[in-house]
Design a protein around this ligand. Structure first.
Ligand code: PMP
Length: 394
């Protein structure tokens, strides 16, 4: 029972709070931020954003936009020229032009609008396990029922991928959304074209929407990147600028998809976020065509290779195919018992290393997330600590 006279607790056990938020705990990653503030010279490999500053052209364009008075609201869907550019880009890349586009307050804003507009209480959503923390909380806020599909390797050392037969078995006439995130946070996997095509075929058959979080689409280290945009009958694609351009604080993203759903999302945006931040819309409109990010891409591929090459084999790490995360398994003792996640994380912390436990993303606690969005020397220091821990824990 909740005692209304008790002060509000961290988990929100205050009877005056709406029931829908009482079960929501702060994310494990947030706790790591708090911990970091108390540490000296931490080796922080827990970061979910690129280590670089935005390109100078973009910074200059943003300053110019603010000085030029571009500080008022824009239309709800965002500047028409930027909408058109997004749609042109999607069509060029994936061979299909979505009906329409809405600029959102980051991909997070797009996720809120999509879930609110599609999910009724009792509807089912298929989410990846492991997966980004936000999805399950937003689905729960809508009263939806979550069914998880497993991404873990079937045999140690195999890739994180889809079991299409298992996904098909999870689908029913109540399935409203089949959710996909490739490149993935936290696994670093990029789904193959066959996987994306197969998943869309299943969703098409059961009449579900495919909602695709493509925020890491720039950080892809395989030649063939497939998007559900090419294959799904009903696709909401969410992507954005936070990671690509190193501007997560700008809160700029976009959604593309069928006009009827995007129209509902636009109406909801009118009564919530209002519009994506105006000066940054103008900045992107002006500067984007002049930015060459290929050196950044090469830099991140190099970091990915460095980590994959140097990390102790006990972690069973395959080269991540995308994003800037790796999701290795915890070292297991020789007698075959599962790895002790709490002891491992504490030992890392004792050595000033911050990583994120797998249970922040999953029902399992058998892996951990490393972000390689860090300077090379910091990454090397982190790898050295992990390799010491490998010897200690295996
Ligand atoms: N999706 C995934 C998979 C993410 O990792 C993140 C940010 N960590 C987001 C969405 C949210 O991104 P944005 O800054 O655009 O809201």
């Amino acid at each position: 029972m909740v005692d209304p006279k008790q002060p509000a607790g961290r988990g929100g056990n205050d009877a005056r709070l709406a029931e829908r938020v009482r079960g929501i705990e702060p994310s494990g990653i947030r706790r790591i931020f708090e911990l970091m503030a108390t540490m000296q010279d931490p080796i922080n490999l827990s970061i979910g954003q690129p280590h670089y500053d935005p390109p100078e052209e973009l910074v200059e364009a943003a300053c110019r936009a603010i000085r030029a008075g571009r500080n008022r609201y824009t239309v709800t869907q965002g500047l028409p020229e930027l909408n058109a550019r997004v749609l042109d880009g999607v069509e060029r890349r994936y061979g299909r032009r979505p009906e329409t586009c809405l600029l959102t307050a980051g991909v997070s804003g797009g996720l809120v609008l999509t879930f609110q507009c599609l999910l009724n209480p009792g509807d089912e959503i298929l989410l990846p396990d492991p997966g980004f923390v936000m999805y399950r909380h937003l689905a729960t806020l809508c009263g939806a029922t979550i069914r998880y599909y497993d991404l873990y390797p079937k045999t140690p050392g195999d890739r994180f991928g889809l079991d299409l037969a298992a996904i098909e078995a999870l689908c029913s006439e109540r399935t409203k959304i089949v959710f996909v995130n490739s490149p993935s946070n936290p696994t670093g996997a990029v789904l193959t074209r066959a996987e994306i095509e197969g998943l869309c075929r299943i969703a098409n058959r059961c009449g579900a929407y495919v909602v695709s979080d493509e925020i890491y689409d720039f950080f892809c280290y395989v030649d063939d990147y497939a998007s559900p945009v090419s294959y799904a009958d009903r696709c909401i694609q969410l992507a954005g600028y936070s990671k690509t351009y190193g501007v997560p604080g700008w809160r700029m993203g976009y959604a593309t998809g069928p006009a009827n759903v995007l129209e509902a999302m636009k109406t909801l945006q009118q009564f919530s976020f209002v519009c994506a931040p105006a000066p940054f819309q103008y900045a992107l409109l002006e500067a984007e065509p002049h930015i060459d990010l290929s050196p950044r891409h090469a830099e991140y591929r190099h970091k990915r290779d460095l980590l994959t090459r140097e990390l102790h084999p006990v972690y069973g790490l395959r080269a991540p195919e995308g994003s800037f995360y790796a999701f290795p398994q915890l070292p297991r003792p020789a007698d075959g018992r599962p790895g002790d996640s709490a002891a491992f994380l504490q030992a890392a912390l004792d050595r000033n290393l911050l990583i994120v436990p797998g249970k922040s993303f999953s029902s399992r606690d058998t892996h951990f997330r490393i972000s390689f969005a860090a300077e090379d020397d910091l990454l090397r220091r982190g790898i050295a600590v992990l390799n010491d821990l490998a010897r200690q824990f295996a």
